[in-house]
Structure formats: C-alpha cells, structure tokens
Design a protein around this ligand. Structure first.
Ligand code: CTP
Ligand code: MG
Length: 241
C-alpha cells in the first residue's frame, strides 16, 4: 500500500494518578530496568522516523517529570492534563496546528511495550486508506455476559476486539468529535469512542497482545518480561539502554 510520508505528532496522556496500581507515585513513573515507564514509552515513539513532535499531558501536581530526561528531548513538549483522560487528550489537541500536523496519534503513557512494527502498521493503514484507526487485538477467550456473578449469556467472540493504543486520526476530525461528544456528555474512554459518537469510521489494525497497559500491580513484572524479551529477540525496537 503506497502512502506519502508526512510529519506526525503524538499526544501522550500522562496525567493519571494510577489509582489501581496502588503505588506510591503515578504508575508512569515506576521504573523498569532503571528507566521510568513514561521514558520507555516516549523513547519508542521518538525513534519512529515520521514522528516529529510528542506532546505529553501532565498532572497539575506532577513533581516527577522534571526528574526524568524527557525535558531535554527536542521533540518533547508538555501541556497540563485534565480531569479525565479525554480532557488531557483535548489539552494536547488544543496546541496542535492541523496545517502543520494533519494527522495525530494518541498513545497511553502506561503502554511501554509498543513494538515499532505495530506502530508502522497503524500509520501505514491510516495514511494509505485515508481513514483513522486503532491498534487492537482480537479477543481470545470465550466471553460471558454476567449479572450478580451469574452467567447471563455467551457473547459472540468473533467480532470482539480489545481496543489498544496508539489511535490515529485526522487532527481536525478528532478534535471536533471530542468536542461534540463532550458537549453531549457522552462517555469517551478512547479516541475511537469520540469518532463513533460523531458517526466517523475507524479501522481495526491487529496488534501484538504484548502491547499491554500497565494497570494493576502484577502488570509491572509482565511488562518488564515483555520489554526484556523484545530487547533480546527483536531488532525492531530501539531503547536507550
Ligand atoms: N490519563 C490522563 N489524564 C487523566 C486520566 C488518565 O492523561 N485525567 C492517562 C493516564 O496517565 C494513562 C492513560 O491516560 O497513561 C490511561 O489511563 P489509565 O490506565 O486509566 O491510567 P490512570 O487513570 O492513571 O489509572 P487509574 O484509572 O487506575 O487511576
Ligand atoms: Mg484511569
């Protein structure tokens, strides 16, 4: 699929407090191999040749970012995040000029295991088809709908996907969709849900299930295992080690 290479901007929402992680700092500042999760995430995105700018949305009380090496990175800019993830993403969108960056990617700070080949697949699919899209992984287990801890039904698995990030859209389409959805007080948990709200199309691009979001305490050891495995077996990632 031929597509024109253009400069891309990424927004990284990193203003959460990581409540479910139960750590003594926001989870994006926990370390894997002596490096914060946020730095792992940013380093991978910054190593992509088309990604020219990375906007990180930080919490108002963030006292950790300044202690990382990220502020020294030429591609990195910061904004104040908001109450919900979508507010943090919108804060990033507000400082992007769509003429300079007609397409934007959004990637969770808490997903440090993103492989460059998955990032490539997303960018290629979106630009070649001229339709936004998300990395996603097909559901593997039999899915049940439950109520009060009793099974109500089996849900057809064939059509179900886990929505991951990055999610990539034309900058103006994403901003307009989020603003409309917020005005209507719709529940927006990812960029695709804002696009769905406004009736837009999104492609599902199959991703490695290694692209986990660190959410609960157990996920930290799993992410470390995945990163070390990728470093030893996969030349397709770059890390400053
Ligand atoms: N995020 C954000 N602004 C918010 C809430 C979340 O930028 N107001 C970011 C988080 O920092 C994270 C990403 O959105 O990188 C995904 O959110 P999640 O995994 O839910 O992180 P937290 O909200 O920090 O965790 P928890 O829900 O357990 O508190
Ligand atoms: Mg959250």
């Amino acid at each position: 699929m031929p597509y024109k290479k253009i400069p891309l901007v990424v927004i990284i929402p990193a203003a959460g407090i990581g409540k479910r992680m139960k750590a003594n700092c926001p989870k994006q500042y926990l370390k894997i191999n002596q490096t914060t999760i946020l730095e792992h995430t940013v380093t991978r995105l910054a190593s992509h040749p088309m990604i020219n700018k990375i906007i990180i949305a930080l919490g108002a009380e963030d006292e950790y970012f300044a202690k990382t090496h990220l502020s020294e990175q030429a591609k990195v800019f910061v904004v104040d995040g908001g109450k919900e993830r979508v507010d943090s993403v919108l804060a990033g969108l507000n400082i992007i000029d769509p003429n300079e960056f007609p397409w934007v990617l959004v990637h969770d700070a808490a997903r440090p295991c993103l492989a460059l080949n998955d990032l490539d697949s997303l960018i290629e699919a979106c630009l070649a088809e001229n339709i936004g899209g998300i990395l996603a992984s097909p559901v593997r287990d039999t899915m049940k709908r439950g109520k009060d801890f009793l099974i109500q039904a089996t849900v057809e698995r064939e059509d179900l996907w886990h929505a991951l990030t990055p999610q990539m859209y034309p900058t103006t389409q994403l901003k307009t969709s989020i603003e409309q959805a917020l005005d209507a007080q719709a529940v927006i948990t990812d960029e695709a849900s804002a696009i769905e709200f406004s009736g837009g199309k999104s492609q599902l691009i199959s991703s490695s299930s290694e692209n986990i979001k660190i959410t609960h305490p157990d996920d930290l050891a799993l992410a470390e295992f995945i990163i070390n495995k990728q470093l030893s077996t996969n030349v397709n990632i770059q890390e400053n080690q």
